[in-house]
Design a protein around this ligand. Structure first.
Ligand SMILES: *[C@@H]1O[C@H](CO)[C@@H](O)[C@H](O)[C@H]1NC(C)=O
Length: 632
């Protein structure tokens, strides 16, 4: 039964005869005045009123606002909101607009609330052993592991198509731009502003497969960023095609993860408690078969029944790879906001990971965690990121590394035993974050780790890339070593870093201290981060402090990110300015242009908008709501 506020709402808005002009006014006013967390909650009230009328009323209204404000091209507004809006409608019908879940929703969509304080909870874990196993290297030669991520393959990439288009991704012949003169033609292999062509991904896989490597890890996001067009059929065939390419080209095993783009609508992995929700089971089914070449029977079963997560002992090695679907704590997965009841461990993923680590500890194995979204990212919900961090602390002697993608950047994160005292001695785990293949976020790249065969710790991380400015790129891309982490950063540590010592969490902490002292080294890091393209400027002061804080975090609550509308809009404004020089579109790299990116721009765009025109559009829209059936 619905709560009382819903009945009040229904009485106010859902009168026989449909919507009145008051609701239109309420919505326009509420969006105009949505400037802080309280007013965001207030905005959810009329939006919930629309959702009660039906999915169509809510999606129709938001679409009309999106178009009227010119947030995106009309087809993008329609596609994104048409796909993801019904999830938001389901949320708004299911929660109180004034509760904690609504605060999370306001943070994730409009960017108007801060993340609420972590719901403190001691995640239940068995006690640590009295005599933990000591991991000692016998000094044997390291073996190699390739890490690639965020391939975002656009099977409709069209050489010769416009690079400087108005859509979130370009290099396709968009119908609404037909006949317009081409300002910059897409190259045969790839272009910035565009996702990965088939020839580019095949070139990358070949380059990765000829690296000496024992196995590869792939940290997710197969699908291109045209998320306003994706559907189950398209995603299914794209996942299958890439699985086949990996099976054919990669000579050794690949251990993949689920990414937020590897489902349709984008990001949408409903929890198993979402009553009657469209399930994402089909995506798990596709991958449990698509990944079966590299997994054993138990892992294949787990992909299907543990929401895409699995655990596997690497053949011939004393190393367990635990692949975790962490999109169940990704902010832009709007299914996570459909209940006021706290769910500490959606779909049991954290419990599964803890069990696998316990099994590894019991068996004297080391473990690597692989997943899509890094837990220190601003995209990770604080609660689950905190609970996961507790697991990392408990099993830090077993975990030899964590490996992620999602941000498209070459970066890292450090977990500590004590976040009030982030020093090298307290550093207990490293998150290795892989740059993307998609050229949308810099020159395409992948990492090769040199791994100690006894301890499974990383001795060196070498990044390989293909320089798109090189003349050969558009005919036969060359993949060369860009830099070695040990070479560049080891030299910056006072006294150097001993050749036989792995790149430990303490090493990375000392690297952040070197960044603090030496701004030129920090600039070098920023250059590496995007592989020399669209390099961020991040000056000493607030920007650099936040960046260092985020590197010194293994959980999102400790990354010093503050959600403020001003900051959000400034960030997006600076992305806008890239768009004008044609190098970049308004894309949020992790989400693509999703419902969140669209909604977050709306309040800012109300200033200077034609409010009367918008009112009129919504009034026309409201006529269509008449007689719309409640579609819960
Ligand atoms: C959801 O998944 C968890 C973990 O596997 C399980 O314990 C729970 O019973 C499931 N709930 C439903 C409603 O299926």
């Amino acid at each position: 039964m619905k709560t009382s506020w819903l009945l009040t709402l229904a009485a106010a808005f859902c009168c026989i005869g449909g919507i009145n002009a008051d609701l239109v006014d309420d919505i326009v006013n509420a969006i105009t005045h949505a400037v802080d967390c309280a007013s965001c909650h207030a905005l959810l009230l009329p939006l919930a009123g629309l959702a009660l009328i039906g999915d169509g009323a809510l999606t129709g209204t938001i679409t009309a606002v999106c178009k009227a404000l010119g947030v995106e091209d009309d087809d993008v507004c329609e596609g994104v909101i048409g796909d993801q809006g019904p999830i938001l409608a389901h949320d708004l019908r299911s929660i109180s607009p004034f509760g904690r879940t609504a605060t999370l929703l306001c943070e994730a969509t409009f960017g108007l609330c801060q993340a609420p304080a972590v719901n403190q909870f001691k995640f239940p874990l068995p006690a640590a052993p009295v005599n933990p196993k000591k991991w000692i290297s016998s000094g044997r030669e390291p073996f190699q592991v390739v890490h690639f991520s965020d391939v975002h393959i656009d099977r409709d990439y069209t050489p010769g198509a416009e690079v400087q288009c108005t859509k979130p991704i370009c290099c396709r012949n968009w119908a609404d731009a037909a006949g317009e003169p081409i300002k910059e033609a897409a190259g045969p292999i790839g272009s910035h502003s565009c996702d990965t062509s088939t020839s580019l991904i095949q070139s990358m896989l070949h380059a990765a497969s000829i690296q000496e490597n024992s196995f590869s890890i792939f940290t997710g996001d197969v699908i291109e960023a045209d998320i306003w067009l994706v559907n189950q059929n398209g995603v299914t065939s794209n996942l299958k095609q890439f699985d086949e390419e990996m099976q054919t080209i990669m000579t050794n095993s690949v251990f993949p993860v689920m990414g937020n783009h590897d489902v349709a609508p984008v990001n949408s992995f409903p929890r198993n408690t979402s009553d009657g929700a469209t399930s994402s089971q089909w995506a798990f089914d596709v991958q449990s078969s698509g990944w079966s070449k590299w997994l054993d029977a138990s892992a294949i079963d787990s992909v299907q029944h543990m929401s895409g997560s699995y655990s596997i002992l690497v053949p011939g090695r004393n190393l367990r790879v635990i692949s975790m679907n962490d999109i169940y704590w990704y902010k832009a997965n709007f299914w996570l906001f459909d209940s006021d009841n706290l769910q500490r461990d959606p779909n049991g993923i954290l419990t599964f990971v803890a069990e696998q680590l316990q099994a590894a500890e019991d068996a004297g194995q080391r473990a690597w965690i692989i997943a899509h979204m890094p837990p220190n990212s601003g995209d990770a919900l604080h609660d689950q990121s905190n609970y996961f961090d507790q697991i990392v602390r408990r099993y830090s002697n077993t975990i030899a590394g964590q490996f992620y993608g999602h941000t498209h950047r070459d970066e890292f994160g450090i977990s500590y035993s004590d976040y009030d005292n982030r020093i090298a001695e307290n550093a207990i785990s490293t998150s290795w974050i892989c740059p993307s293949t998609t050229p949308r976020s810099g020159n395409p790249a992948f990492k090769v780790y040199d791994v100690d065969p006894d301890t499974f710790e990383v001795m060196d991380a070498r990044v390989f890339f293909s320089d798109m400015n090189d003349a050969s790129f558009q005919t036969a891309p060359q993949w060369t070593q860009y830099y070695s982490a040990r070479e560049v950063y080891g030299a910056a540590i006072p006294g150097g870093w001993p050749a036989t010592t792995p790149l430990t969490p303490a090493f990375w902490h000392k690297v952040t201290e070197a960044f603090e002292r030496d701004d030129n080294l920090f600039k070098k890091y920023l250059e590496f981060k995007n592989r020399g393209i669209n390099v961020e400027t991040c000056a000493p002061g607030a920007c650099k402090d936040q960046a260092l804080c985020q590197l010194r975090a293994g959980r999102s609550e400790s990354n010093c990110q503050v959600t403020t509308p001003g900051l959000n809009f400034r960030r997006r404004d600076s992305e806008e300015s890239h768009k004008h020089d044609g190098r970049h579109s308004t894309i949020d790299h992790c989400e693509g242009t999703g419902l969140g990116t669209i909604l977050s721009q709306m309040p800012g765009k109300m200033a200077g908008a034609n409010i009367e025109g918008l009112r009129q559009k919504l009034a026309e829209q409201s006529i269509q709501w008449e007689g719309v059936k409640h579609q819960t």
